[in-house]
Design a binder for this molecule. Structure first.
Ligand code: MRU
Length: 372
């Protein structure tokens, strides 16, 4: 495994004196302020996901898993029957599932938590709750390991020398740690590739400018920030040798949903003959989703477009369309890097096999029904 330096952790479980706390680095405030949110109630965690205090597909799944575990630990401090435990797990999972629709990691993590709870039926409820805490921690730890494995698989695909464009934020902030696409770049740099990271600012919420540029500065990755509309020009100048992005949901045949603007980057790459890669854990692959047309695309508030940093920039009454994600057709993707290896077109066989291998591995890590 490649050793890399990644200082950023955005989600943490903390057993505080007043009970369990889900601690989140508030990504709405970065880079100007470093503020930690101590969520003492599961509803605080759900709000943090909805309002993007925590964001990025894997990080959302991890935060929701912690929120569900917190809910059950708190509920078990009062009398709770076994049947009521299961009903509450299902109800809390439904509440978290309603926070954001596109990133499938959220649903993947919640389904895994619900399935885990079913395995401990019949045991004392307090033990069942602690088992869910252990499961949430396992989801978090596995995500970090997945990111490091993606780095190892993806680094050799990066140019030995040159510029790599990335969109949105896919680093330690968006994951358990290290990152997906940004993690591959970290790993390639650690291997000695002489890379320069071009960071799309990523309107409307500026995840690139606010978060990726900050992560690069924190960890000493050589980077230059551009506005989204500069990417074509940069490619024409010959300064981009590859592009790499993360994903929020990957359909079984490879169509990939990611932050709005990603589709445009992929088309620009095609025109300029530049390879376009996706890096995502298998928890982002939705085998039940036949193609990109079936991926639900979140639409967010008009104010994200009419305002910048809280300041109005468009006239009152201006009509707005604000989809948070778009879909890159599989045909534009040179490879999908997961923790299991690199999937190539036609993607269905590779992605299906990779998900199966990852599921087998997860089963071996924690024995069913045995609280760790
Ligand atoms: O709306 P966001 O900020 O949650 O969107 C995040 C992205 O689109 C990321 O690129 C994606 O989740 C991959 S994160 C490793």
């Amino acid at each position: 495994m490649i050793e890399t330096k990644s200082t950023i952790r955005a989600v943490a479980w903390h057993d505080g004196p007043r009970g369990p706390v889900v601690r989140l680095l508030d990504q709405r405030k970065l880079p100007l302020q470093t503020v930690w949110l101590d969520c003492e109630r599961p509803d605080d965690v759900a709000d943090a996901i909805r309002t993007l205090a925590v964001r990025g597909a894997p990080a959302i799944g991890i935060a929701a898993a912690y929120g569900l575990a917190q809910s059950m630990v708190q509920a078990c401090s009062s009398e709770l029957a076994d049947g009521a435990f299961d009903a509450l797990v299902a109800e809390v999972a439904r509440r978290f599932a309603a926070t954001r629709p596109t990133a499938v990691n959220l649903f993947w993590a919640l389904e895994r938590m619900v399935a885990r709870a079913a395995m401990t039926r019949g045991q004392p409820v307090a033990e069942r709750a602690r088992d869910l805490v252990a499961e949430a921690i396992a989801i978090h730890d596995e995500d970090i390991a997945s990111c490091l494995a993606m780095g190892a698989h993806g680094a050799p695909l990066m140019p030995r020398q040159g510029g790599v464009l990335t969109h949105c934020n896919t680093g330690g902030l968006a994951t358990g740690g290290h990152g997906t696409a940004l993690g591959v770049l970290r790993s390639a740099l650690a291997l000695g590739h002489e890379l320069h990271v071009y960071v799309d600012e990523t309107r409307p919420l500026l995840q690139g400018a606010r978060l990726t540029a900050w992560e690069c500065a924190q960890d000493g990755l050589p980077a230059t920030l551009i506005t989204d509309n500069m990417a074509a020009h940069l490619m024409k100048l010959g300064r981009v040798q590859a592009a790499i992005v993360g994903a929020d949901r990957i359909a079984v045949q490879g169509d990939t949903a990611n932050k709005i603007g990603t589709y445009g980057v992929a088309i620009l790459c095609k025109y300029h003959g530049i390879p376009f890669y996706v890096a995502a854990p298998t928890s982002t692959v939705d085998l039940r989703c036949p193609d990109g047309d079936h991926i639900p695309i979140e639409e967010r508030a008009p104010a994200e477009v009419t305002h910048l940093g809280g300041q109005r920039i468009a006239a009152e009454g201006t009509g707005v369309f604000n989809p948070a994600f778009d879909v890159v057709p599989a045909a534009l993707i040179a490879g999908i890097i997961t923790e299991e290896g690199v999937a190539r077109a036609p993607f269905t066989p590779d992605l299906t096999a990779m998900v199966a291998r990852a599921q087998e591995r997860a089963k071996r890590v924690r024995a069913p029904g045995l609280p760790a």
